[in-house]
Ligand binder design. Sequence first.
Ligand SMILES: Cc1cc2nc3c(=O)[nH]c(=O)nc-3n(C[C@H](O)[C@H](O)[C@H](O)COP(=O)(O)O)c2cc1C
Length: 333
Amino acid sequence: MNLATRYLGLDLRNPLVASAGPMTQSADRIKRLAEAGVGAVVLPSLFEEQIRAEADRDELLAEAGIDSFGEATSYLVDPDASVWPRQYLELIGRTSGSGVPVIASLNGSTPGGWTDYARAMQDAGAAAIELNIYYLPGDPLIPSRDAEQRYIDILTAVKSAVSVPVAVKLTPYFSSFGDMALRLEQAGADGLVLFNRFMQTDIDPDTFTVSTGFKLSSPAEATLPRSWIARLRSQLRSSLAASTGVETADDVAAYLLAGADVVMTTSALLRHGPGHVTALLDGLTAWMDRKGIGSVHEIRGLLAPTADTPQAGFGRYGYLRAVEQATRAYSPW
Ligand SMILES: Cc1cc2nc3c(=O)[nH]c(=O)nc-3n(C[C@H](O)[C@H](O)[C@H](O)COP(=O)(O)O)c2cc1C
C-alpha cells in the first residue's frame, strides 16, 4: 500500500497533515505527531501584529540604549507579542529535523514589511511557508477588486522574500472564488489551502454580550471545501490542501477522491490527541484495501469533474431534483 504523496513539491510519506493549531506549537507535540505517523506539520501562525510588536520593541530598545533595557520594555504595549517571533524561529530550528517537513505559517492582512519574516522562517529551516491571509473587508467603501488585489500583493511580497514553496490559506468568500484561485496561482502560489476557519463571533440575546472564539469543526462543514477542491482540481497545476471537517478516515478518503494532495486536520487532533493520526491512517489503509486501491495517486481526483466539464452547468446540475427530493423528505405537513 503506497500512501506517499507530493505537496508543494515536497515528498510526504502520506497525505495526512497536522494543520496550524495548538497541537503543533511545541517541539514535544510535533515529535508525538511525527511518531504517530503524520505526513507533515504546519506550525501555528505567526501574526503580522506579533512581527510588528517585535520591530517596535527593537526600535524602542535601540533608541533607549542598552542601559535602560528594563525601562524601555516597560513602555511596550504588548511585551508577550514581541517575544513569540524569536521563539517561533527557534521552534522551526528545533523541529525541522523531526523527520517530517515543518511548514511555517504567516498570518496577516495588510501589505507591509512583516512579509519579510518569511525569509527568516526559511533560514530557520522551514520546508515551506503557509500564508494565511485573514482579511475581513468590513469597510463597505472598499471595492471587491481592491480586496482581491490585496491577496495578490501580499503573496507577491512573500514570494519575493523566499525560495521555498508558498501555499496560500484563504477564505471561500469571494464573488468568483475560481478566478481568485487562478490569479493566486499566476502570482506564484505553489498551493492553496481550502479553507481558513474564521473566528466565530456571536451574540447572546440573554446577556446582551458579543462573544468571539474558535469552535471545533464538524464533518458537515467539509462539503464546501470539498466541492471547491473538486472543481479546481483540473483547473490548477498547484497543490491543493483540504482543511476543515476531517474526523474519520472516510473524510480523508472523500477529500482525496475530490482531488486534495494532502488532507489537514486540527479539530480532530485537539479532540482525540496525537493517537488519532494513527487511527486515521489505519482507517485510510483499510479503506484502500477494501476497495482494491494500491496507492494514493490512483484515487486523487477520481471524482473531480474533468477539465472539459462545463463549469456553469455543473454548478446547478441536479439542483432542481435535489430541491424536489428534499421537499418530499422534509415536509411534515
Ligand atoms: C484552536 C485553533 C487554533 C488555530 N490556529 C490557527 C493558526 O494559528 N493559523 C491558522 O492558519 N489556522 C489556525 N487554525 C485553523 C486550523 O488550522 C484549521 O484550518 C481549521 O480548524 C479547520 O480544520 P479542522 O476542521 O480540522 O479543525 C486554528 C484552529 C483552531 C481550532
